[in-house]
Design a protein around this ligand. Structure first.
Ligand code: NAP
Length: 247
């Protein structure tokens, strides 16, 4: 079943890009969504857009590296919508450069937003979901965490760490009826990829068996599947949404 019957879903970093696509597809399948982002104004606009489409949505600003804010985010979902059925840890940043030039701050900041942020989100949602005896957590990793990307030692390390977090948390929470899975997107058409030089994008296209860059909705549909009862016997897994690249 992919109709959430009004139950709550939280998506971090969902004012735009992949996060907004995930929140939108969850809302279209009956979830009441919490749009959360470090950018409070953008989160408010995104939530207003969903409400204008006839969905139930609120905006809750949250920096995913802030422990108290992440707890408050999950609480806001439960208070507003009565439950938290789905938690999607999606917020992310890049600070690319080769390791020779990368500062310790660039390494720590990227690991903090992706890995610590996903851990805080998994822990906070997990606490409530354990009590509910149901729930699905979806962590957004990256193919970069599988194969390693040049210039992304920080990002690749954080995204690989998210896989370990996902599997360990899945083991801990299975007995409470809580599932934890991850998605590894390949190149997806967002602000991140729009900034790439055309020749780099062309080279990338040649390496994608399905012959196109992914759309945010491709990732959102996988998140919908992992967040819903359609994937009720699936936990601790990783779905690659990469058009076959690096399979
Ligand atoms: P995006 O368009 O940059 O969206 C990321 C959102 O997260 C932004 O709204 C950003 O706000 C927000 N954010 C940044 N730091 C945050 C923090 N500390 N707390 C809360 N929110 C924060 O990126 P995207 O392409 O949609 O990526 C979404 C996720 O997919 C990321 O985890 C990314 O690593 C992953 N991914 C993307 C691709 C791709 O090709 N696009 C591929 C693989 C994996 P600001 O704009 O204010 O920074």
């Amino acid at each position: 079943m992919s109709n959430f019957e009004g139950g709550g879903a939280v998506v971090t970093g969902s004012a735009r890009g992949i996060g907004l696509a995930i929140a939108t597809v969850l809302a279209r399948h009956g979830a009441s969504v919490v749009i959360s982002d470090i950018d409070a104004d953008a989160a408010g606009e995104a939530a207003a857009g969903l409400v204008a489409e006839g969905h139930r949505a609120i905006a809750v600003p949250c920096d995913v590296t802030d422990e108290a804010a992440v707890t408050a985010l999950v609480d806001a979902c439960r208070e507003s919508f009565g439950s938290i059925e789905v938690m999607v840890n999606n917020a992310g940043i890049t600070r690319d450069s080769t390791m020779a030039k990368m500062s310790l701050d660039d390494f720590r900041t990227v690991v903090d937003v992706h890995l610590t942020g996903a851990w805080l989100g998994t822990r906070a949602a997990g606490r409530v979901m354990r009590e509910q005896r149901r729930g699905a957590i979806v962590n957004i990793s990256s193919i970069s965490g599988k194969v390693g990307n040049f210039g992304q030692t920080n990002y690749s390390a954080a995204k690989a760490g998210i896989i370990g977090l996902t599997k360990a948390a899945a083991r801990e929470m299975a007995k409470y009826g809580v599932r934890v899975n991850a998605i590894q997107p390949g190149p997806i058409r967002t602000a991140m990829t729009a900034a790439m030089p055309p020749e780099v994008l062309d080279r990338m296209l040649e390496s994608i068996p399905l012959g196109r860059i992914g759309e945010p909705e491709d990732v959102a549909n996988a998140a919908l599947f992992l967040g819903s009862d359609l994937s009720g016997f699936i936990t601790g897994t990783v779905i690659e949404v990469a058009g076959g690249r690096n399979m």
